[in-house]
Design a protein around this ligand. Structure first.
Ligand code: CP
Length: 315
């Protein structure tokens, strides 16, 4: 079993319930991972993913090896048949096969480069490991998805569920740097597995990949989108059409207390790290309606559920 996309799961509702059980007794399966090793390979920076996934593995009794691939590993070649007479020192064929001998599960973080849309959509690094590793692979945020994050988001929303069918708004917000679409993509895919009034709001031109958003509702007027919302999920992403560009930095899209007043006393969510007073004002993120810290805590139980399922599957 691999965990590549939130769409891999059979029932979101069932997985969320299982994760909440793990949260109540995180050390219950401490023996499951004995003598098993998780290898975590990072091609990009991380705080939450690195520590929560490591903590999840430790809760299951696993050993953990972490490698920052870009600073410590050989530069990898991913093209089949490449003549490696410059640049990369090692082919993914050997690298993935070798790491598979040291680890029982390999977890990969490899962001979009935001230069070549086709290459990013092909998920070169993740798919390279998936193709040549001989052990299960977990996606710790790839070019187009962050399924551990969206599983944690689903767990967090379930803990704050409303009595009525919730209105959930994914809102774009400005950011000084070009960011990938991985988090909003997986959030959209996760919301498509839930019964909710789900609305995506962003400036015109900032549409996500239509193959991912499908028929999800898009509202270009952020104020209108916020009306009666129960959850506001803020995230920046760079332009998908003018690929990887920042074509809008309008501060009117920052989530402010005035905008939150339009909602149904909505909870505020963000995957973190967040740029304060750019994405969201201090007043909102420091308010009692902000659940970003709980959301980050649930990353452990999302990862633990995934690792547990893989370990159980492999028995
Ligand atoms: N949300 C998230 O994935 O955080 P990190 O980039 O710090 O891992």
């Amino acid at each position: 079993m691999n965990y590549i996309s939130i769409q891999n799961i059979d029932s979101l509702n069932k997985w969320v319930k299982e994760a909440l059980k793990i949260k109540k007794k995180p050390l219950k399966n401490k023996k499951l991972g004995k003598n098993k090793t998780l290898g975590m390979l990072f091609f990009n920076s991380s705080l939450r993913t690195r520590l929560s996934t490591q903590k999840a593995a430790l809760n299951l009794g696993m050993n953990v090896m972490v490698m920052n691939f870009t600073s410590e590993g050989w530069t990898l070649e991913f093209e089949d048949g490449a003549i490696m007479n410059s640049g990369a020192s090692e082919h993914i064929k050997e690298a993935a096969a070798v790491v598979s001998q040291y680890c029982d599960i390999i977890a990969i973080r490899a962001f979009a480069g935001l230069v070549d849309k086709e290459k990013d959509n092909a998920e070169t690094v993740l798919m390279g490991f998936l193709k040549y590793a001989t052990v299960p692979v977990v996606n710790m945020e790839s070019a187009t998805g962050h399924p551990l994050q969206s599983l944690a988001d689903a767990i967090t929303m379930a803990e704050h569920k409303t009595e009525h069918r919730p209105k959930v708004v994914l809102t774009w917000a400005p950011h000084p740097r070009a960011l990938p679409q991985a988090v909003p993509n997986s959030f959209v895919q996760m919301m498509q597995l839930q019964d909710a009034d789900f609305v995506i709001t962003h400036p015109e031109g900032y549409e996500l990949n239509p193959e991912i958003t499908k028929d999800s509702k898009i509202e270009y007027d952020q104020d209108k989108a916020f009306e009666n919302a129960d959850f506001i999920y803020a995230k920046n992403w760079s332009n998908y059409n003018e690929y990887g560009q920042i074509t809008n930095s309008d501060p009117n899209w920052t989530v402010t207390a005035d905008k939150m007043k339009l909602t149904n006393n909505a909870k505020f969510m963000h995957c973190l790290p967040v740029r304060r007073n750019v994405i969201v004002t201090d007043e909102v993120i420091d308010s009692e309606n902000s659940i970003v810290i709980e959301q980050a805590n649930n990353r452990t139980y999302a990862a633990q559920l995934v690792l547990q399922k893989i370990l159980e599957n492999g028995k």
